[in-house]
Design a protein around this ligand. Structure first.
Ligand code: ASP
Ligand code: MG
Length: 418
């Protein structure tokens, strides 16, 4: 069986959904499960809606109307006005109406997951209905009954035993009846609340299904021709890799390459299932294949840019050396505030770390650290990682910039710059 994942960009308008159906049509004779994200920038819009609801802002209604109008515009282009999809979409959005009638629950992350998940629930309804309209037999599946997580909202941790059991119990039988269309990014708790798996988590969903079903491969259809050595939004003269090893792909996602969600590769590597990254604009092109025995050829180094970083330096208040005890206290604060460290360095009197700015978590981290340590920080910093830099590309990239921190290992160079 095959697993396909279509991200938000591939279903951002009616033309995208028509294109998705054309791609799926070519594979309809095989058992196929497709994982779909929210349409276009819907997740960002729902994040804004959630914020407005929590903060009691007046623009809540406008944001919601805009999200609905965007989806209705798309379905009007794809379906006759009497098609049942209009009701299905309305019934899905009504969940938001119900939620925002009440005063906010006290856990922001819980609210986030209940509201933001509507994006995927709607997009998959639309995709499944459109495939059926085009004669491609499809079944809509509520992923929340299959990807079981703990109740760590916004970062649900998958319960693999339960997940594998549910998927293996039902999915093979369903696949005999036709294509399955399900939501990426979402999970369900044992009390039937919705969780999300972290932004861009739909890739991970695809890999969960593939691993549990021992799929032949996973294909993620994207708006790029495959995996490139650098993000074309920031760098010119990029090249595409035909093949990558799992290890290199894991390294790339670890250092912040946004082309695949960081948790995606491990389950696939463990089950030896290749991951294909292919272009939805050029569906016959081969793209990039990530697998165990790939041939690696780094004609150009890999460059990964992470913007919007905070560089924080932490020192004991009493001028003592940074000790193992200090470090263990510091790390446990980072872990409990869920702040992921991207690079770190210790000196005699200070410990420096760089991480993505998430204002809510950062504020809690600062409060925790400040009781024991002196803390200084800079915002608006960038972290550049270069792998396999044989030609000194890093020097070109940092020319004229202030280097705040630098780290070198055999294959990887990292710099924090302003
Ligand atoms: N819709 C979610 C997001 O934008 C998940 C995904 O696209 O993978 O983060
Ligand atoms: Mg997306």
């Amino acid at each position: 069986m095959l697993v396909f994942k279509f991200g938000g960009a591939s279903v951002k308008d009616a033309a995208g959904i028509i294109n998705l159906a054309a791609i799926v049509k070519k594979y309809e004779d095989q058992p196929l499960l497709i994982v779909v994200s929210a349409m276009g920038k819907t997740t960002n819009a729902l994040e804004k809606l959630t914020r407005a609801y929590i903060d009691g802002k007046n623009d809540l209604v406008d944001i919601f109307e805009e999200i609905k109008a965007y989806h209705y515009q798309i379905i009007r282009e794809l379906f006759e006005t009497n098609h049942p999809i209009f009701n299905e979409v309305a019934n899905t959005f009504v969940e938001i109406d119900w939620a925002i009638e009440d005063a906010p629950h006290d856990d922001d992350d819980f609210i986030y997951d209940q509201l933001v998940s509507i994006g995927e629930l709607v997009s998959t309804r639309i995709v499944a209905a459109y495939l059926n309209q085009m004669g491609i037999k499809s079944q809509w599946l509520d992923v929340r009954g299959y990807v079981h997580t703990d109740n760590n909202y916004r970062e649900g941790k998958v319960d693999w035993v339960k997940t594998r059991e549910s998927i293996q119990r039902d999915i093979p039988k369903m696949l005999e009846k036709g294509i399955i269309v399900t939501q990426g990014f979402l999970g369900g708790t044992s009390e039937n609340f919705t969780t999300t798996l972290g932004r861009e988590g739909s890739d991970y969903t695809a890999s969960i299904f593939a691993a549990c079903l021992q799929a032949e491969s996973v294909t993620t259809w994207k708006d790029v021709p495959g995996i490139l050595n650098a993000d074309p939004k920031f760098f010119s003269d990029t090249i595409k890799f035909d093949e990558l090893t799992y290890t290199e792909a894991i390294e790339m996602t670890f250092y912040g390459a946004s082309v695949i969600h960081p948790k995606t590769i491990k389950p696939l590597q463990n089950a030896n299932i290749p991951l294909l990254v292919r272009s939805f604009n050029d569906p016959d092109a081969a793209g990039t294949i990530i697998k165990e025995t790939a041939g690696m050829n780094f004609a150009k180094p890999i460059i990964i840019l992470k913007q919007n970083q905070v560089l924080l330096s932490i020192s004991p208040r009493d001028y003592s050396f940074i000790s193992e005890d200090h470090l263990s206290e510091i790390f446990s604060l980072f872990a409990s505030r869920q702040v992921k460290i991207n690079i770190m360095q210790t000196s005699a009197l200070s410990f420096s770390v760089c991480f993505d700015l998430r204002p809510d978590r950062f504020a809690k981290l600062l409060a925790g650290l400040s009781t024991k340590f002196k803390v200084k920080y800079n915002e608006g910093i960038s972290l550049i990682t270069v792998r396999h830099d044989k030609k000194g590309v890093l020097n070109e990239l940092t020319a004229g910039k202030t280097i705040l921190l630098e780290q070198l290992s055999r294959n990887t160079a990292q710099v924090v710059v302003r």
